[in-house]
Design a protein around this ligand. Sequence first.
Ligand code: NI
Ligand code: MN
Length: 227
Amino acid sequence: MEIRWLGHSAFALESDGVTVLVDPFLTGNPKAAVSADEVAADAILLTHGHADHVGDTVSIASRTGAPVVAITELAAELRGDLPDGHQVVDPNIGGTATFDWGSARLVPAWHTSTTPKGTVNTPAGLVIEIGGVRIYHLGDTALFSDLSLPGARDRIDVALVCVGGHFTMDPRDAVMAAELIRADRIVPCHYGTFPQIDVDVEAFKREVEAEGHAEVRVLDPGESLPC
Ligand code: NI
Ligand code: MN
């Protein structure tokens, strides 16, 4: 099992020949590690409907046939954009989508979301189980105390944590989030893509590790974390 950062909030979770994409914003992403017309996908999971998260979902799903998981209002919009009969799984917050490779559960995130087409949708985090590893992708969120709940329910192996500020929590809030999440390892994301979200990620790593909240693995776009 490997977690590959594709830049921004996009990740490829690779296990036993299965590739699960999260938030595949590649076209127009200055940090994209792969292109939308070459990336593999056996499933696509979305945290919310902002363009920097939905990204290339429709083109990748159409090319690969990969099922898409998104909260119900966003799922309904995507169903209309995908070929007839394409599998779109539409849980709400608290719901779980289950596949042969594992599962993804939607959990709360504190953010807003309207798609470019105008569909209002509630943002989510994702708790993903694949290859015996539990991954908590926080989506876009501010700091809030219920970030502790997924880790209170089940041990989190790796948390994918937005740290860039402006659109989400900033590094200082993310240090507090790290204490709440209680993951073994944290991979920071949603920073450095645009000038507004340039942050000192090494300082974030030092502070989280000095406080003993988690090991922080700073990845370069395209780099993989073996789990
Ligand atoms: Ni967003
Ligand atoms: Mn975003």
